[in-house]
Design a protein around this ligand. Structure first.
Ligand SMILES: C[S@@+](CC[C@H](N)C(=O)[O-])C[C@H]1O[C@@H](n2cnc3c(N)ncnc32)[C@H](O)[C@@H]1O
Length: 221
């Protein structure tokens, strides 16, 4: 399995960091959905600068924020303090989560689990399964084989994984890409609730595609 590597958030300038402070659109849907289901214990897996931790904690969820980047976790902690929100912040590797079995009602893991290879993604999904309560739900996004990155001549790790080579916070980080057949296999242990295939653009002074991703909502039986 490839060694994990965090994002280098330290080099993301304040202008670009702005878009990483606005919650993703689906997070509002998930808050509504999970409140209606009386879910409360929420894990922001791969929290980055903490945009979803802050949103969920502010909406009454008991929130845990977790990331491999100590810098990102410190930024999340500082933001939580400013907002006077209690968030349990931890630095660690998603390949081995420091949480109890069945600890969480709901998990959001946006553009995170693709930062490993095929063996790693399988291990992370096992960890997600372990820490989810029965009938717990999780929303993940995964890189798609339609994405530009999968077709670059970057170093190959395995048939689904390349190492991104470019200047920026993701330099040297593994990127895993899936198609729908692989998704069916990877999520066999779960019940899939919905799958979307989305080409997302972010506005960092100009519209800029972050590529095709799978958005998958699933639950543990
Ligand atoms: C694209 S950012 C997304 C951040 C956040 N989910 C968001 O939507 O704002 C990916 C995050 O995954 C984290 N990450 C990468 N590999 C990780 C690992 N093995 N364990 C925990 N976090 C990891 C990175 O450090 C980075 O903060």
């Amino acid at each position: 399995m490839i060694k994990s590597k965090s994002w280098k958030w330290e080099i993301v300038d304040e202008n670009n960091a702005k878009c990483w402070r606005n919650p993703a659109i689906e997070s509002y849907y998930l808050i509504n959905r999970w409140k209606q289901q009386d879910k409360n214990k929420f894990l922001d897996l791969g929290c980055g600068l903490g945009r979803h931790s802050i949103l969920f904690a502010g909406n009454g969820f008991t929130t845990w924020a977790f990331d491999l980047s100590a810098y990102a976790v410190t930024r999340t902690k500082e933001w939580a303090k400013t907002e006077e929100l209690a968030i349990n912040c931890t630095v660690g590797d998603m390949l081995q989560l420091p949480y109890d079995d069945s600890q969480f009602d709901c998990i959001l893991c946006r553009n995170v689990i693709s930062h490993s290879d095929t063996e790693g993604v399988k291990k992370i999904l096992e960890e997600i399964f372990r820490v989810m309560r029965p009938r717990g739900e999780c929303y993940v996004t995964l890189g798609s084989k339609n994405a530009w990155g999968f077709h670059q001549s970057w170093p190959v790790v395995d048939e689904n994984t390349k190492i991104r080579v470019e200047n920026g916070p993701e330099n040297g980080i593994p990127h895993f890409y899936a198609d729908i057949n692989l998704i069916e296999k990877l999520f066999k242990k779960f019940e899939i609730i919905s799958v979307q295939h989305i080409n997302e653009f972010i506005n960092d002074n100009e519209l800029h595609s972050v590529g095709w991703h799978w958005h998958i909502l699933f639950c543990k039986h």
